[in-house]
Write a protein that binds this ligand. Structure first.
Ligand code: NAI
Ligand code: MG
Length: 348
């Protein structure tokens, strides 16, 4: 793959091509960012299966050191091998750098789908809840899995931190409303503490950002019936995982769903989708999700004009040039789509 390396006024950032379709879509994104003149100085590192092949670890020390140094990374999807005692690389990264906020916006890219004009932001707590995976079985008789137990952990501080992040993000983007999504009617302690902390934080934003609340199951239904009533949604880890896939479905699926993992020590940008082994190496992958993640990365480092330029170019290529990959009903390859973007950006 082609990676540009440069001198001084560049922003150093770790680049992990990843597995499956990762190298193809990362290559496309790097070309588009180069055309935009985005001043990143890429520090190429391995992860996932490539990391195992190189040194036996899906998350090599050199990759961790690079992210720690640069505090900024763009990554392709990483395959976590099933079995073999490997923990999810993505969970390890979130924990290692305390990436507490998972930002997953969903924005209609191609009109004419089931829902028009969707523009939602979901903020998911990324470190706590049931995903701490404090789990065990209690054997009874000859059934070793007779009883399964899982403990969730939500802290007041963690809840405040994620809700504050959601409100600050809403202020920054000129959004109007934040919805706290919970299940405090049943999980009174676990998600009650989140709701309580959320209501406290919301008071600080009174008069600036509206706040309302939903119980998660009702929220899922309302997102399908009338998604336009929502603006920014903030919720705990498991609910956020589920609802972020739901809102990706409102805008055409995984090919269009970007994500950012944000913490005080680092920020890692990626697509929501995985390594798509079924289409890897065939030039079929849609790079849009990772391109939009790169857009979030540009916003994050304050290059908002570059980010806007990128999103406009994606819109024009999809909707005026009608260059689309197969998942969006077109015939373009990953490379065709990247080339069309480069041409749009350079005004050719
Ligand atoms: P997946 O997201 O890789 O694929 C699901 C379906 O969506 C497949 O049919 C695939 O072809 C399609 N798809 C995904 N991205 C696409 C794109 N950009 N363009 C066109 N079609 C696309 O999910 P799956 O198959 O469950 O996971 C495969 C591997 O990815 C697993 O090893 C999993 O652990 C890993 N994974 C990694 C993630 C990450 O690094 N953040 C996130 C999710 C999964
Ligand atoms: Mg998920």
């Amino acid at each position: 793959m082609s990676v540009s390396t440069h001198g001084t006024n560049k922003i150093p950032a770790t680049l992990i091509p990843g597995d499956g379709i990762g190298p193809e879509i990362v290559d496309a994104v790097v070309k588009v960012l180069d055309a935009l003149g985005a001043p990143f100085d890429w520090d190429l590192q391995q992860g996932g299966l490539a990391g195992i092949a190189a040194g036996g670890d899906p998350l090599p020390q050199a990759t961790l050191d690079s992210i720690r140094r640069n505090k900024l990374a763009l990554k392709g999807p990483l395959t976590t091998p099933i079995g073999g005692g490997y923990r999810s690389v993505n969970v390890r990264l979130r924990e290692e750098f305390q990436l507490y906020a998972n930002l997953r916006p969903a924005h209609t890219l191609v009109p004419g789908g089931r829902f028009e004009n969707i523009d939602l932001i979901l903020v998911r707590e990324n470190l706590e809840g049931l995903y701490v995976a404090f789990e065990h079985y209690i054997p009874i008789g000859d059934d070793p899995h007779a009883v399964a137990i899982s403990s969730g952990v939500n802290t007041r501080d963690g809840s405040r931190r994620i809700v504050r992040y959601a409100f600050e993000h809403a202020v920054k983007l000129g959004r109007k409303k934040v919805t706290l999504v919970h299940k405090a009617n049943v999980l009174k302690a676990l998600t009650g503490v989140f709701l309580e902390a959320g209501q406290q934080i919301a008071k600080e934003y009174e008069g600036r950002i509206e706040c309302d609340e939903r119980i998660v199951d009702a929220c899922a239904m309302q997102l399908v019936l009338n998604p336009w009533q929502f603006d920014v949604i903030v919720t705990t880890n498991l609910f956020g995982d589920i609802l972020s896939d739901l809102i990706a479905g409102l805008v055409g699926g995984l090919g269009a769903a970007p994500g950012a993992n944000i913490g005080a020590q680092a920020a890692i940008f990626e697509a929501v989708h995985g390594s798509a082994p079924d289409i890897a190496g065939k030039g079929l992958a849609n790079p849009t999700a990772l391109l939009l993640a790169a857009g979030l990365m540009l916003d994050h480092v304050g290059l908002v004009d570059h980010a806007r330029h990128l999103r406009t170019a994606i819109d024009l290529v999809l909707n005026e040039d009608k260059v689309r990959t197969g998942d969006l009903g077109g015939k373009a390859s990953t490379g065709d789509f990247a080339l069309a973007l480069v041409q749009r950006i350079s005004g050719a």
